[in-house]
Design a protein around this ligand. Structure first.
Ligand SMILES: [Ca+2]
Ligand SMILES: [Ca+2]
Length: 339
């Protein structure tokens, strides 16, 4: 990593640090399913990292130096540093189970919110030196449940390693690409002399692999008949699958500590604690007596008079959010004095 790159890396970390302050207190608003399909005929994807995060953060920005977190993914598929960074800013993260083979797909789930309103993902392309597929800070669909957006994802070069196209190491700064057995099984070779090149220095659209057809030598350990690709390399579909912030979504929690006090043969009062707010906010409480709504207000108690002596009444209370979505009811039965 050169000096200029490390300066840029520091500034990216600063931006992420600012986002952390805003991320801590907001409620979950919606859940999203994210599917990725490997569209290449011969490339594997390393375990994918998907995150809903603040729009002020970036996993990568094409045309700029890669962060060290992106470099670890692009050169060796190591997502641990990116996971730590995203966790520190309150992102909602989901990680893949393993390699995604050519033609295979995998699904993920993340939670979006007013703060975590954009989605990014990255995955290393194998075999490449520092190639990755990625989507950077696209807006989460904000319509009704089922609202969906599809993106064609291209292959980038992180610009942190020269593309020698040789089997080597996956650690940042170590030449060559890691070759786990499923990737070797696609037809990588060994013993190549290496493609001459330089560290490109910035994230850019990946140029075509050169490769060769000699499994035990030649200039490259990449198989030119198998590992080439044209963009896009993946298709990503983001779908809103639940929504706590709209009619029909998950409502507020039930009120707690519902109790009552009988004052006489005709009067009583009930009391409860506030429901924990949902994303839309609590608008008030609806009180029913024996199944009939008798009051709706934002108070946490209700005084009742004019009742029948020696009679049992069942009261139920539920919270209503600002979209009109009701939470579960809590109930209590009280019996007025006989005289
Ligand atoms: Ca490169
Ligand atoms: Ca070769």
């Amino acid at each position: 990593m050169n000096i200029q790159a490390s300066i840029v890396r520091t500034s990216i970390a600063t931006v992420l640090g600012t986002a952390a302050l805003a991320a801590s207190s907001l409620a979950t608003a919606a859940e999203y399913s994210v599917s990725i399909v490997n569209l290449t005929p011969g490339m594997h994807f390393t375990p994918v990292i998907v995150a809903a995060h603040s729009p002020s953060a970036r996993m990568f920005t094409s045309g700029t130096h890669a962060s060290s977190e992106l470099q670890a993914i692009a050169e060796g598929g190591d997502t641990s540093a990116m996971n730590a960074l995203l966790s520190s800013i309150g992102a909602s993260i989901d990680n893949g189970e393993g390699l995604v083979a050519p033609g295979a797909s995998e699904s993920f789930t993340v939670e979006g919110s007013a703060t975590n309103s954009v989605l990014s993902l990255t995955t290393m392309l194998l075999p490449t030196n520092d190639g990755f597929a990625g989507l950077s800070a696209v807006a989460l669909p904000d319509g009704a449940i089922g609202d969906s957006r599809t993106y064609n994802v291209i292959g980038y070069d992180a610009g942190t390693e020269a593309n020698d196209e040789l089997v080597g190491g996956g650690a940042p700064g170590v030449a060559g690409f890691p070759a786990p057995p499923p990737v070797v099984a696609t037809g990588t070779g060994t013993g190549g002399t290496g493609i001459p090149g330089r560290v490109e220095g910035f994230v850019h659209v990946h140029k075509p692999l050169i490769g060769d057809l000699d499994p035990n030598g030649g200039v490259s350990d990449v198989n030119s008949a198998i590992h080439g690709w044209l963009n896009p390399v993946a298709r990503v579909t983001i779908t809103k699958i639940s929504d706590n912030n709209a009619p029909g979504g998950t409502g507020p929690s039930a009120v707690s500590d519902l109790t009552g006090q009988v004052y006489s043969s005709t009067a009583l009062e009930i009391f409860w604690q506030a429901a924990s707010s949902d994303a839309a906010g609590i608008a008030g409480y609806e009180v029913s007596r024996d199944g009939q709504v008798v009051n709706t207000s934002d108070a946490l108690s209700l005084f009742e008079e004019g009742l029948q002596a020696g009679t049992s009444y069942e009261y139920s209370v539920r919270a209503i959010d600002s979209n009109g979505v009701a939470g579960d009811s809590a109930s209590v039965t009280l019996t007025t004095n006989s005289q």
